[in-house]
Ligand binder design. Structure first.
Ligand code: CP
Length: 316
């Protein structure tokens, strides 16, 4: 693996999944692999889990880590190509990426969607600029349209907790007061196809994901029907793709409650966090015995470590 930006970068998914499971049993087995190498983590947006889990994964491999919070610590950056930089932006992203590539051996980048220009967001301009100009392997820490480290951790978690060979997995939209990117939902839909399961997406009309992700996916607009006999309920809000970036519904009936979970096959509740309690999910569900939010967060270390290990082994 050279870069890790989407499932398509992974040559052998079952092999990578197996490796993550092995790393979880023995996290320090390869703690010299990253010796004298540096991982740079570049954040254009806030993070708790991604930042800490990737840093911990890197430490387990003996990597040194440097972190840059672009908006807080760096020069204001121009991201458009070919512009006259005579306003307030002091540094062009192309130059900054080239420099960061000199200081690091692997670079991770988080750059969310702006939710104003669909074409710009779905071109993944910032992530792909890193791939183009860094000259070193690039790991997505969540791009405008995908969150692959999260999806990989989610699949590790489903593998750990599944009670049958062909479980039913439901991705349900839930309400939220703010417009959120589609990245987590897009990525989950992309990655779940790598597992043997029945998969259903449920959301109000108008929340269909981009065709490149939702093609051939079973969509059920009745949430209660979708939840019937589900073994895993993955809950996430996203803003509309078709009415780009808009909040079309805040219907509280879509919140995941104990009554909704009663429809499932004693299903597990999943969410990537952070989550708005009693808006997206009720306290009783997230604090209940079937909640997997902490195992999911724990597995973020092992998804990141398996990816960093593969990059170190194949590129150095
Ligand atoms: N799930 C997730 O990516 O969390 P953070 O945004 O806190 O990194």
């Amino acid at each position: 693996m050279r870069h890790f930006t989407a499932l398509s970068d992974v040559e052998d998914f079952p092999g990578l999944l197996h490796r993550a499971q092995e790393i979880k049993k023995n996290p320090f087995h390869k703690n010299h692999l990253g010796k004298f190498k540096t991982l740079g983590l570049v954040f254009f947006n806030a993070s708790l889990r991604t930042r800490l889990s990737t840093q911990k994964a890197a430490q387990n491999l003996g990597l040194s880590v440097i972190v840059l919070n672009v908006t807080a610590d760096s020069w204001k950056m121009e991201t458009e190509m070919g512009v006259v930089m005579n306003a307030d932006k002091a540094e062009h992203i192309k130059d900054a990426i080239g420099v960061m590539g000199l200081y690091c051996d692997i670079i991770g980048v988080r750059a969310f969607a702006n939710l104003t220009d669909q074409e710009e967001d779905y071109s993944e301009q910032i992530l792909l600029s890193f791939v183009q100009y860094a000259g070193i392997p690039v790991v997505s820490l969540e791009s405008a349209i995908r969150h692959p480290l999260q999806s990989f951790a989610d699949l590790i978690t489903i593998e750990e907790y599944r009670r049958k060979n062909h479980p039913k997995v439901v991705l349900t939209w839930a309400p939220h007061p703010k417009a959120l990117p589609q990245a987590v939902a897009n990525s989950f839909v992309e990655w779940i196809k790598a597992l043997d399961c029945e998969f259903v997406v449920t959301h109000p009309k108008g929340y269909e994901l981009a065709p490149e992700f939702s093609r051939e996916v079973h969509i059920e607009y009745d949430q209660n029907k979708a939840l019937e006999d589900a073994d895993f309920v993955y809950v996430k809000n996203w803003s509309s793709y078709t009415h780009y970036g808009q909040v079309l519904s805040q219907d509280i009936d879509w919140m995941v409650t104990p009554e909704k979970m009663q429809l499932t096959n004693q299903g597990y509740f999943m969410h990537c966090l952070p989550v708005r309690r009693n808006v997206v999910v009720s306290d009783a569900v997230i604090d209940g015995a079937q909640s997997l939010v902490l195992p999911q967060a724990a597995n973020r270390v092992f998804s990141a470590q398996a990816v960093l290990e593969a990059i170190l082994e194949h590129n150095f």
